[in-house]
Design a protein around this ligand. Structure first.
Ligand SMILES: Cc1cc2nc3c(=O)[nH]c(=O)nc-3n(C[C@H](O)[C@H](O)[C@H](O)COP(=O)(O)OP(=O)(O)OC[C@H]3O[C@@H](n4cnc5c(N)ncnc54)[C@H](O)[C@@H]3O)c2cc1C
Length: 398
């Protein structure tokens, strides 16, 4: 007589879940995804709209250094690396290319929906049941409670994998409302906070008004030990863009300890201070000091105004001061933009609560993967890679 298959419920049908469901052995398990929306992968599609950055081309050991995470997550990156993910996508008919920033994108004209379709086709082929409009509402003893269109239902599967996502872009379904359900079961959680998101800076009113929406291009931004080259956009609130998003862990830590964080802008990351000084000391002819500065250092209007408004008049007129200042303009960060606007969140299930295979230590046969765990990584493909790696590793280890 053949052995009865175990029932396995995946709660949440986002990025981590679709990889798990694509690869799980359905000869061993009867698998059902329970998803609150009427479609899978809503946030995956949102990521697609903003330039679909599936992973990164850096060797995996280098890539791992960018994660603030615990061993199970880091091990999953070895178990299913960026190269493995690229091969996986190719096998499913999605070709990729390396962009100028070493990020990996689907080749044009592949649309985000086609990448999602590759997953949903694979899930169908793998005989996974999907129940839409099922909102998980917590536990009733060992049973899972769901709110459905036909009222409340309970299920008691043998194995449960939670893949509920973080707590930003709530309209995609990742509402992060479930922290208390786990707390009630004795599972420690951490309040959600924004990551990879704009920062608040108290600009001088005149500067914000005339430079809102303007980019600062090819600069470098640093905070604590972290530093990132790239572009940022000046906003009414402060700054946005990948160069500042990447500093999220350091900014968060400094704000926690000091109440504010200082970030430093290097407007000329490829030019040394001495070279800047030489340019500033070159004959100014009939030009004003401001015009000399702009021409010699090829400063855009917002760059020039940032320099001028971040020092005193005497400092501004001193070439020695300016040569150093241009490479290290300090800005006080008072906080992050609203959590719902963040590309990702930290917080969720405390990493001490899971074992080396993502199983909750206090709740056997219950696993947690994806952004709902308290880890952090920059944008640039690191987030999706992390979720895919966790989903894939768990599919092999169940
Ligand atoms: C604007 C934007 C752009 C991004 N761009 C990129 C990018 O280019 N590259 C990159 O690597 N990453 C990017 N990301 C991040 C990436 O999309 C996420 O980190 C990733 O999708 C998280 O996967 P997940 O499976 O953990 O959660 P999600 O994909 O959020 O999935 C969680 C699922 O659980 C469901 N759910 C939640 N609560 C319940 C409940 N109570 N009951 C039932 N179902 C529930 C949700 O509806 C959702 O479908 C971007 C994110 C955003 C917002």
């Amino acid at each position: 007589m053949s052995k009865k298959k175990k029932s396995l419920a995946i709660i949440g049908g986002g990025s981590a879940a679709i990889m798990l469901a694509s690869e799980i052995d359905t000869k061993k398990f009867d698998v059902t995804i329970y998803e609150r929306n009427q479609a899978l992968g809503r946030k995956f599609l949102v990521a697609g709209k903003g330039g679909f950055n599936l992973t990164h081309s850096t060797p995996i050991d280098e890539m791992k250094k960018k994660y603030v995470a615990s061993p199970p997550i880091l091990n999953s990156l070895n178990s299913f690396s960026n190269e493995d993910f690229i091969k996986w996508l190719k096998k499913e008919g999605i070709d990729t290319f390396v962009g100028s920033s070493k990020r990996i994108f689907p080749v044009k004209p592949t649309k985000p929906i086609q990448v999602l379709q590759a997953f949903t086709d694979r899930i169908k082929e793998n005989n996974i049941n999907v129940k839409f409009s099922h909102v998980w509402k917590g536990f009733n003893d060992s049973a899972l409670i769901f709110e459905t269109r036909d009222g409340s239902v309970e299920h008691n599967p043998d194995i449960v994998v939670f893949a509920l996502g973080g707590a930003s872009w709530k309209k995609t379904g990742s509402e992060g409302e479930w922290l208390s359900y786990f707390e009630e079961k004795g599972v420690k959680t951490v309040p959600f906070q924004a990551s990879n998101c704009g920062v608040a800076i108290t600009w001088k009113e005149k500067f914000a008004k005339s430079n809102e929406g303007q980019p600062l291009k090819s600069i470098s931004v640093s905070c604590g030990d972290l530093s990132k080259k790239g572009d940022v956009i000046i906003t009414r609130l402060g700054l946005e863009g990948s160069a500042v998003y990447a500093l999220s862990p350091a900014i968060r830590e400094e704000i926690k300890n000091e109440g504010e964080a200082t970030i430093f802008i290097d407007l000329k990351p490829t030019t040394k201070t001495e070279a800047i000084l030489r340019k500033l000391e070159s004959p100014k002819k009939k030009n004003s000091w401001s015009v000399h500065l702009i021409w010699q250092l090829k400063l855009s209007k917002p760059m020039f105004e940032l320099v001028k408004r971040s020092c005193t008049k005497d400092e501004f007129l001193d070439p020695n001061f300016i040569a150093k200042h241009i490479k290290q303009i300090p800005l006080q960060v008072t906080g992050f933009d609203e959590i719902d606007k963040a590309i990702s969140t930290v917080g969720g299930i405390d990493l001490d609560e899971i074992d080396s295979n993502f199983e909750l230590k206090n709740l056997p046969n219950h696993y947690v993967i994806g952004e709902m765990l308290n880890w952090d990584a920059p944008t640039g493909g690191y987030l999706l890679q992390g979720c895919m790696s966790m989903g894939n590793m768990l599919s092999n280890n169940l």
